[in-house]
Design a protein around this ligand. Sequence first.
Ligand SMILES: O=C(O)C(=O)C[C@]1(C(=O)O)C=C[C@@H](O)C=C1
Length: 292
Amino acid sequence: MSLSIAHLGPPGTYAEQAAVLYVNWLTKTTGIEATLCPYPSIAQSLQAVAAGKTQLAVVPVENSIEGSVTMTMDALWQLDSLQIQLALVMPIVHSLISGASGLDKIEKVYSHPQALAQCQNWLGQSLPNVQIIPSNSTTEALQLLNQDLTAAAIASSRAAQLYNLPILAQGINDYPENCTRFWVVSQHQAQFEYHINNLNPTHSSLAFSLPANMPGALIKPLQVFAELGINLSRIESRPTKRSLGEYVFFLDIETDIQQPKMQSALADLIEYLEILKIFGSYGVLSVNTLES
Ligand SMILES: O=C(O)C(=O)C[C@]1(C(=O)O)C=C[C@@H](O)C=C1
């Protein structure tokens, strides 16, 4: 039995690292094996699942320093057919990778915008005059570094090892407790003949848009959860992209959708919403559990 799992590439990204941890855990706990399929963007990883090219994708959702990974949220809302199977939380430790002989020789730094943002204070203090160049992933620019000794990239030390490149500085994220939450996502209708996670669902995620921008439009659906004693762990808004000032609200909820309370919340919510999309219920794993 083998699964295919899409992730942001090229190999060596944090998304790949999370996918490897998930696969090792899956194989250990269920005997199921999986192959990894790198894609050039997070959106393309999710599109691969929606189109049935892979059965799963592992995508970043939220970082403790920089907040939501907006590409993941936008793609989940737009693709309409995806379901979260599992969340996993992984520490993120960034390194500055370069063939330059010292920091003073560096003229440009490449990385994924999330990684650049997580190191912005360090960059401002240690490399105040360099050009900052966003890339599609932390590893995308690593191939360029051999030819250009004035260039550096921010990626993991695992990526530096994989591409056999020198590390100039380690642990350069602005806060040491940096971690990112990833979701393992499948198709909504996926009929797995096997269990891809053996965890009890403890969290659920959904998103909604509102019928009109008027007083109380957001408080009413939120009140439904408050009155039923259901705790929310995250609320985030993204533009609907239809017109300026219109938003989609993403909620993470600390309960399983099958719980009677949650069922009655969903029934009450409908009245206040324009579109409601439910991304499912899932368990949460930390890297310590995955590696034990
Ligand atoms: O570029 C990568 O290596 C990724 O896996 C993407 C990503 C992100 O989008 O948040 C994943 C984890 C880190 O927070 C930084 C970058």
